[in-house]
Design a protein. Structure first.
Lengths: 486, 477
């Protein structure tokens, strides 16, 4: 029950936001949204404190018949596989509310739509039924389309449309795979009941193809990534937080939660391809990031590169790799949200995102500069920050399964050091490029409130990765049991 | 031949017919009674709905008029859809028909179409079927041509009439050939003829029958009358005609094929698969080019006919039950979202540009239209998604090459339809309002209908359990 309440509380919040009086001033609207966004996070923290030990198989479940003749049910529950992202969805929505300073028009509607998206995000990571998973998966789509299309920059319209058509194509193809899987095995759509894969190898391979396609478009894996850049660059900062922090994980989580355990034999022939795509993401993302003059585009491509590690870890099929992938989903969300917010702050203060025009911001913006450096160090996978732990695990896991991919992924870290240190050097350090940068204000209390917790969590999870790894490990073991790995 | 039971079986039609006559008479004898007339008509639709619902819930069933007329859960289900859409069409019609002063005639015509459509779904005799189809179609010519203040209306009515008459003659020709081949017009007897390899006469009859139905259902390549008719028709009539007679025609086609020629399924499912794929692509590709929202919705209704025909392609082997269910659920889902989408035109305007900035000027209407558009695309958890999902269910269960092609085409077409439906959403949410040009405002009743249908579209998924159980009970087999 508490799972259902947590998932659907944001819907209530959205209705409340929509019903606020027109005359209410912006400040009061922001505080109301803040209060409403805090509730799911508190519920998730309570769940963590009370139930963190028993998140192997789904707990706190609810199972209601929905369409009996097809074995479709309203089945939700939390397990270690999804819990980290469940937590992060609640956290990053709150952060997005805090970081919404660049949204000035139609504030109420902005928050209402953001909360509707949160329903979908929370729901995906708690769904234990294929159809329900798909429904939540798609619920995020229109809100994101509207958030970008209404509140984004001048290029927002084509970006939003491209994003929508691309990802809708992916998910519709995926749906066909889901329906085939559910009907041929029963019909039954319970994720738990389908684990282990009862279908013949040929059927599994055929069904895995559309499902993997849909998930890889969402991630995005590199040849399918062309929707990403425009929409990331055009979004308002607070939408970026959710868009980069949560949405790609709908794809990777689907890989871990649905594709691997439900179609173990079907996915097997594709695993080398997924690992290869992961490496391509890492190398290609890094090189393209290197060439971006736009700070936001650089962060976007660095995000693509880091997502490659998740694909590699998931494809490894061993405990180390999958644990790393599950953890990397969370750490990637933390650091990419951090970087996007800081890029937003810098762009708002200096009026430009062009790296060549920036420089020497450390003098006037010490805090923002320091936090940007932390974010960049995290993105490089430096020890001291949690991304190191998860990337290391995925590389080791990947190396065991696919040695060449593992080596290339490790090389990718060197590439990321190159472009990220270049980015930090050109923006934060060095001579002050323009006289007007001397007077710019540092990150204020609101900006600090949005970013410091993210940086803190990155440090905390480096020293105590067990906080999450211990929660997810039993669930990962169930996945391994389903795929028959070790 | 007529017993009390017969009257019970015909009671929804009788109720609707009586009310249509009362509406007409009150219009003649009571001057300036627009409100009264509209109230009577709306109440008549509700009474019809309730009558059909009572029959359905009480498990009433039987065959009447010498086996030619059957009342079963399947027929009653579609009568409910017809009465439901008649009710909303009447609500939406009140302002418009009041303006021209022809209110009673207009509302009578809507109820007459409803009577024809409700009779149609119960027919088990091919000639009775033809009479019922004409009973539903002839008033609809008048409905389309009713708006004399717009040039498009009589023009659309004329085109609709000419193509409709042609379609009727093709259908009748097909029926006569089938009658000639089997010696009887009753579906039970026809079924005995359509076994083994078909005689040339029977095959010709089947082809003509399906072509006639394809005309009525605006399936490609027989769809060309649809945009003109829907563009010309008053909005409430276009909305009603795109749902009620269409639902009834799909229902009777299902009955004819399953009861009258089950053994010929391999032949006609192949034809249906072809028609379905063609219709989806034609509808969507032409809709992409439209700037006028009425025409866009007309082509969209062609595309949706294609999706529903996709379920017909799965009417064989293991897919039959689910395919019948798919048609039932799709039509209910389609009724709520399509009626709503049409009604919004009366609130905003028919030019795509008139939707610009609607989110800023009238957020409530914009959100409702957004819901209808997303539902027509098939975004879960809105109603349209469930219709499409059921067609895919049926296609996978039937598991033939043709149905897999249909499923593939359905997936591709769902994506293909995104630009035009979301073009409206883009206009409403992303663009700035056009100033100075005040569009139609609509009445409170239209607004009420739009809100009610939007809510129905959203919560449709919650009622899938009971609905699919009902659909299962309604199944023909």
């Amino acid at each position: 029950m508490i799972t259902t309440i947590t998932i659907f509380f944001p819907l209530l919040a959205a209705i409340v936001m929509g019903a606020l009086p027109r005359t209410m001033d912006a400040r009061a609207v922001r505080y109301t949204a803040l209060g409403l966004a805090a509730v799911p996070l508190l519920l998730v923290l309570y769940i963590y404190l009370a139930h963190r030990g028993d998140l192997g198989a789904p707990t706190l479940t609810q199972d209601l018949d929905w369409i009996k003749s097809f074995g479709i049910g309203y089945r939700v529950g939390l397990d270690g596989l999804g819990f980290g992202m469940f937590f992060l969805s609640a956290l990053l929505t709150l952060v997005a509310v805090v970081a919404s300073w660049d949204v000035r028009e139609n504030l109420k509607q902005y928050f209402a739509i953001l909360f509707v998206a949160e329903v979908g995000m929370l729901g995906v990571f708690a769904a234990q039924d294929l159809i329900l998973f798909y429904v939540f998966f798609e619920i995020t789509l229109i809100p994101m389309y509207l958030l970008v299309g209404v509140w984004g920059d001048e290029n927002r319209r084509p970006a939003a449309v491209k994003f929508f058509i691309y990802t809708f194509l992916g998910s519709t193809v995926m749906l066909a795979g889901f329906l085939a899987l559910g009907i041929l095995s029963g019909p039954n759509f319970s994720i738990e009941a389908l684990a282990g894969g009862g279908l013949s190898r040929g059927a599994q391979v055929a069904i895995a193809a559309p499902i993997l396609f849909g998930l890889l478009v969402k991630t995005p894996a590199v040849p399918l990534h062309s929707w990403l850049l425009d929409v990331y660059v055009s979004s308002p900062t607070s939408t970026n937080v959710v868009l980069s922090g949560i949405l790609p994980k709908l794809g990777t989580y689907g890989l871990l939660k649905v594709a691997l355990p439900l179609l173990p034999q079907g996915v097997e022939p594709y695993l080398p391809i997924i690992a290869a795509l992961g490496v391509v993401n890492i190398i290609y993302g890094s090189f393209v990031a290197f060439m971006q003059p736009d700070l936001k585009a650089l962060v976007a491509y660095s995000s693509i590169a880091t997502l490659g590690f998740i694909l590699l870890g998931a494809a490894s099929g061993n405990a180390l790799g999958i644990n790393g992938a599950v953890l990397q989903q969370v750490t990637h969300g933390l650091y990419s949200a951090l970087l996007f917010i800081l890029v937003g702050v810098i762009a708002a203060r200096t009026g430009t995102r062009n790296i060549r025009e920036l420089g020497g911001l450390a003098a006037s913006m010490p805090w923002a500069g320091a936090l940007l450096t932390i974010g960049a160090l995290a993105a490089m996978g430096m020890p001291g920050l949690a991304v190191f732990v998860s990337e290391f695990m995925t590389i080791m896991g990947g190396y065991v399964a696919f040695p060449i991919a593992g080596v290339l992924a490790a090389l990718g870290i060197i590439l990321s050091v190159m472009y990220l240190s270049y980015m930090v050097r050109r923006t934060v350090f060095g001579p002050i490029k323009r006289p007007e940068y001397e007077g710019v204000k540092d990150a204020g209390p609101v900006e600090m409130a949005a970013t410091v917790p993210l940086a803190f969590l990155l440090v905390l999870l480096f020293f105590f990765p067990g906080l999450l790894v211990n929660v997810q490990r039993p669930a990962v073991e169930l996945v391994l049991a389903a795929i028959g790995g070790s | 031949m007529f017993t009390a039971q017969t009257f019970v079986g015909l009671s929804p039609e009788i109720v609707a017919f009586l009310f249509s006559m009362v509406v007409l008479m009150v219009g003649v004898f009571v001057p300036n009674a627009r409100g009264l007339v509209a109230g009577i008509a709306a109440f008549g639709a509700v009474a019809t709905f309730v009558t059909a619902a009572v029959l359905l819930l009480s498990g009433f069933g039987g065959e009447f008029l010498g086996n030619a007329y059957v009342v079963d859960a399947f027929a009653l289900y579609f009568k409910l859809i017809v009465a439901f859409s008649a009710f909303f069409a009447i609500l939406a019609a009140i302002r418009w028909s009041g303006r021209t002063g022809d209110s009673p005639e207009y509302l009578t015509l809507i109820l007459s179409v409803a009577v024809g459509a409700m009779l149609l779904v119960s027919m088990r005799d091919l000639f009775g079927l033809f009479v019922a189809i004409e009973l539903a179609t002839i008033p609809s010519y008048a409905l389309v041509a009713f708006d004399r203040s717009r040039r498009e209306s009589p023009e659309g009515g004329m085109k609709y009439l000419l193509t409709g008459v042609m379609a009727s003659s093709i259908l009748l020709y097909g029926i006569v050939l089938i009658y000639g081949a089997s010696g009887s017009a009753n579906l039970a007897d026809v079924a005995e003829t359509f076994t083994g390899s078909l005689s040339p006469v029977a095959l010709m009859g089947l082809v003509l029958l399906i072509s006639g139905f394809a005309f009525k259902l605006s399936a490609a390549p027989f769809h060309f009358w649809t945009p003109d008719a829907y563009q010309g028709a008053p909005t409430s009539a276009a909305a009603f005609l795109s749902v009620a007679p269409k639902a009834a025609t799909f229902a009777i086609l299902l009955r004819v094929l399953l009861e009258g020629m089950p053994d010929a399924a391999p032949t006609w499912t192949a034809v249906m698969a072809f028609l379905a794929v063609l219709t989806m692509f034609v509808g969507n590709l032409f809709a992409l080019r439209q700037r006028n929202v009425r025409r866009m919705l007309a082509y969209s209704s062609v595309a949706h006919s294609g999706y529903i025909l996709g379920a017909f392609a799965a009417l064989r082997g293991a897919g039959v039950d689910t395919a019948v269910q798919a048609v039932l659920i799709y039509m209910a889902a389609y009724a709520v979202m399509n009626l709503g989408a049409f009604f919004v035109i009366d609130l905003v305007g028919e030019d795509g540009k008139s939707f610009n900035g609607l989110f800023k000027s009238r957020p409530g209407v914009a959100v409702c239209m957004g819901i209808f558009m997303a539902a027509l695309v098939g975004i879960p958890p809105l109603s349209g998604f469930w219709g499409k999902a059921w067609v895919i269910f049926a296609g996978v269960e039937a598991a033939s090459a043709a149905t897999y092609i249909v499923v593939g085409a359905l997936v591709i077409n769902s994506v293909l339809s995104v630009p035009y439906y979301f073009g409206i959403i883009r206009n409403m949410f992303f663009e700035d309002p056009v100033t100075g040009d005040e569009g139609p405002k609509g009445t409170g009743l239209v607004l009420f209908s739009v809100y009610a249908l939007a809510v129905a579209t959203v919560v449709f998924g919650f009622f899938l359990g009971p609905l699919s159980a009902l659909a299962e009970r309604s199944g023909l087999l």
